[in-house]
Design a protein around this ligand. Structure first.
Ligand SMILES: NC(=O)c1ccc[n+]([C@@H]2O[C@H](COP(=O)([O-])OP(=O)(O)OC[C@H]3O[C@@H](n4cnc5c(N)ncnc54)[C@H](OP(=O)(O)O)[C@@H]3O)[C@@H](O)[C@H]2O)c1
Length: 290
């Protein structure tokens, strides 16, 4: 069992840190809003610290799961940041969906402090975090990965080292490119079924056994048909991810015409007041326009 710090007790971090405590790891949490750390301690066995630096002191592994690049810098750098508290040889495992560039930038600073750094974004959503069934895509040195893998395993069903620092974030971008086009396709299919007077539920039941099957179809068609979106992975987060990957595509020359279009569709959903709606809300935009 390891001594672990967990920074960022949001929708994802709260249950992930909980799985570490339930496995028997010695966990110290930090959350910017202290009330959430208190709620976590009410549910799980572990300590809470008032700053990332104090949470990280004495930890062999420090996990982070915050919002974006700047949030990550703010919990890792500076006098109260986690890097200032970490001992040489300890490893930072970042589960935030962020840019590959920030991972490389922070890995250089970590190395100067004799710390390990792994970028390890996750897929599987809130349910995956709560059930300990996340997919974790990792970038970084193999020696750090081998040490961290058994700890990450507390909340994962699939963990894979993809290459050097930044490769985890690049793989998460591949994941989001798949999801963007897929959800728009599913939204159009359901919208068409409804406009054609079909029973949408029956249509999904039959096509889900054929080549159109997908996680999104299985897990989202019912709520899409019912127009319910107040759960899941927020449109605001998806737009953050799409902006990171479209920027990366501008650098590496990849052509992402559908993804760029879906990004614009999500900006329409934001304008409809759906920034916190689940990403499956693309269907609401189609309904509004028909
Ligand atoms: N939700 C999903 O389904 C999902 C799936 C895969 C990946 N992700 C990614 O995982 C990350 C976290 O997502 P989430 O859904 O858990 O988000 P969330 O519920 O909004 O939680 C964000 C967490 O980060 C903390 N935070 C944000 N900015 C901070 C700052 N500047 N300084 C200190 N703490 C800060 C928040 O603290 P406060 O409590 O004080 O606000 C909170 O603990 C994101 O990068 C997201 O894209 C999410």
């Amino acid at each position: 069992m390891a001594k672990v710090a967990f920074i960022g007790l949001g929708v994802m971090g709260f249950p992930m840190a909980g799985h570490l405590a339930c496995e028997g790891h010695e966990v110290c949490v930090y959350n910017r809003t202290p009330g959430k750390a208190q709620l976590w301690q009410d549910e799980f066995a572990g300590e809470a610290a008032p700053t990332p630096r104090e949470a990280a002191q004495g930890a062999e592994f420090v996990m982070t799961c915050v919002g974006n690049d700047d949030d990550l810098r703010s919990v890792l750098l500076g006098p109260d940041g986690a890097f200032a508290g970490m001992a040489p040889g300890s490893v930072l495992v970042d589960h935030t969906t962020a840019s590959a560039n920030v991972a490389r930038e922070l890995a250089v600073i970590a190395a100067e402090c004799e710390l390990g750094f792994l970028d390890a974004p996750v897929s599987g959503g809130q349910a995956g975090a709560e059930n300990g069934m996340l997919t974790v895509m990792v970038g970084g040195d193999e020696s750090f990965y081998r040490r961290a893998e058994p700890v990450i395993d507390a909340y994962a069903k699939m963990i894979k080292l993809m290459g050097p620092v930044g490769s985890g974030q690049l793989t998460k971008m591949v994941n989001q490119i798949c999801i963007g086009g897929l959800v728009q396709g599913l939204a159009e299919a359901l919208h068409f079924a409804q406009c054609a007077g079909l029973d949408g539920q029956a249509a999904m039941e039959v096509i889900s056994k054929g080549a159109a099957q997908s996680w999104q179809l299985e897990n989202r068609h019912q709520t899409m048909l019912a127009g319910k979106f107040d759960f899941g992975f927020a449109v605001d987060w998806m737009r953050k991810d799409l902006s990171i990957l479209l920027e990366e595509a501008r650098r590496n020359g990849a052509q992402l015409p559908v993804t760029a279009l879906v990004d614009q569709f999500y900006s329409d959903v934001q304008a409809m007041g759906g920034g916190r709606w689940d990403t499956s809300s693309l269907i609401a935009r189609l309904k509004q326009r028909s």
